[in-house]
Write a protein that binds this ligand. Structure first.
Ligand code: UDX
Length: 485
């Protein structure tokens, strides 16, 4: 069934992210970039996330300058108080893959996702984690549908080898073998990828595991999409983007999206602007005032994104490591960061005393601004892809403590391939933390400052006029206007 009853000269693009911070944020940045280019955009979000965006950001004012920009919401299928951090994020994906297809179809057919001169959606950009269901609807209604993946290209490439990887890892774990041994089944990574670096979803006891099956299936579905959009840039990941062409021939690399948006906003207004906040938490800006009073490059910023949860003993080990390093630190401790069974938040008095002396704790930080602050000299991160890109653009070296999904591979690339920092991997030991913080902030500082400054330069060039990401975005807009791709 073809849906468009009336011809539309302007495209209306539907953007539909997986409802989680690390997905909504880059896809909303893309939505704004497309609106700036004159396209009519509808941003479809879960009610749960939309309400949080409205609560914690100036979303409505920010987008009011694009009169044809629409926010629409859809139920993610979970009760409002269902946990949405840690391993519970899988529930959102399972639930939406199971329940959302008929609702999305109805919204498209009835014209609920358009308005005025553009009542119908003519192009869809949907989260690759939705796999086949958005593609099924798009194909039935004759709407071109592109997948957006929020992960790194190198990690996405490894997902195509999942069945092989998981089986090898299962056999390997059963024999209790050395996790530092190299894995040879991902082309292009044979010389540095260890069992320890494989995405968390491979660490299953058998391949009937639900999250393993889900990732394998949705990855393959992307081959059906009209094209693939990646939040990365060619100087960083060009070689893996080129490999991905084997599975997805049309790829637009348009990142780092936050830098891209900041650049185009500055170009439009001719003045530097604040980064647009897409946060789902109440941001505490007092940390910027605290940073103002710290010496240049003296602070290590500690943040593990929006999904990571940790045990009390991991928290204490990280904390002792930071305190014992004697370096200054700014730490984001989200209210929902500690595992439920570890609800007791009491910590040894010596940690609190040392924190008062040279640390600062907030429940959520304006991360882009923190990383750009001259007092920040390092980032202890979970290697979420957005955080990694934000650190790269700011030229801040990283210590990686990956939690799940793409983060294990990202952290290996940060340390071994791009040489932008150190990979602590699955270790949570105060002595290791102390040593790595000192290596990053003092002992090997010069080496990392050089490599991160160069990568930051390349990242900025990519989003400047004539750069690869800039040109790819222009092409994407053009292709949407022509409806050819
Ligand atoms: C997840 C995955 O980890 C990531 O790898 C995947 O590609 C997308 O989904 P998340 O764990 O939240 O996302 O990490 P990350 O990708 O780093 O995104 C977190 C975002 O929240 C970043 O843009 C960061 O700037 C922002 N943030 C986090 C803040 O603004 N303040 C904070 O205090 C913490």
């Amino acid at each position: 069934m073809e849906m468009n009853q009336r011809p539309q000269t302007i495209p209306r693009v539907l953007i539909f992210p997986m409802p989680a911070q690390g997905h909504v944020s880059p896809m909303l940045k893309l939505a704004e970039l497309l609106a700036m280019s004159g396209l009519h955009v509808t941003f479809l979000n879960s009610d749960h996330i939309h309400n949080r965006l409205i609560k914690y950001t100036d979303m409505e004012t920010r987008f009011s300058k694009y009169p044809e920009f629409l926010f629409r919401t859809i139920w993610d299928g979970l009760e409002e108080d269902h946990p949405r951090t840690g391993e519970s994020v899988w529930d959102i994906i399972f639930s939406m893959n199971e329940k959302t297809k008929p609702v999305l179809r109805e919204m498209l057919v009835s014209g609920q996702l358009g308005s005025g001169a553009t009542p119908y959606v003519t192009y869809m950009i949907t989260d690759g984690l939705f796999g086949g269901f958005t593609l099924d609807v798009a194909e039935e209604l004759g709407i071109p549908c592109v997948h957006f993946r929020t992960t790194s290209s190198c990690c996405f490439w490894s997902y195509f080898f999942f069945p092989l990887l998981a089986q090898t890892l299962i056999n390997y774990l059963h024999r209790n073998e050395d996790m530092d041994r190299l894995v040879t089944s991902v082309p292009g990574m044979e010389s540095f990828l260890r069992f320890r670096d494989l995405p968390s979803m491979c660490r299953v006891s058998d391949t009937t595991n639900k999250s393993f099956q889900m990732i394998s299936q949705v990855t393959n579905q992307t081959r059906r999409a009209r094209a693939l959009i990646l939040n990365t840039f060619d100087d960083l990941e060009g070689s893996f983007v080129n490999r991905l062409i084997e599975f997805c021939p049309n790829i637009y690399t348009i990142g780092p999206l936050h830098a891209h948006l900041n650049h185009r906003q500055a170009q439009n207004s001719k003045t530097s602007t604040y980064p647009s906040s897409n946060n789902l938490y109440d941001i505490d800006r007092s940390c910027l005032t605290w940073l103002d009073s710290q010496p240049p490059n003296s602070v290590i910023y500690v943040s593990f994104g929006s999904i990571v949860v940790m045990t009390k003993s991991e928290l204490i080990e990280l904390w002792y490591g930071l305190v014992n390093s004697k370096q200054r630190f700014l730490w984001v401790m989200r209210p929902d960061m500690l595992m439920a069974e570890d609800g007791d938040r009491s910590v040894p008095a010596e940690l609190e005393d040392a924190t008062r002396e040279r640390g600062f704790i907030v429940s959520y930080a304006p991360q882009e601004q923190v990383l750009a602050h001259s007092a920040v000299g390092g980032f202890l991160t979970h290697s979420g892809w957005n955080s990694t890109l934000e650190s790269i653009v700011a030229g801040v070296p990283m210590i990686c403590w990956p939690y799940f999904a793409d983060q294990q591979i990202n952290s290996r690339f940060v340390s071994e391939v791009w040489k932008l920092g150190l990979d602590m991997k699955d270790v949570s030991d105060r002595k290791v933390v102390e040593m790595m913080v000192n290596d990053l902030m003092v002992e090997r500082r010069e080496e990392f400052v050089k490599s991160t400054a160069e990568m930051a330069r390349l990242a900025k060039m990519c989003v400047n006029e004539g750069g690869s990401s800039y040109c790819n975005l222009e092409k994407l807009v053009e292709d949407m206007r022509c409806g050819t791709k």
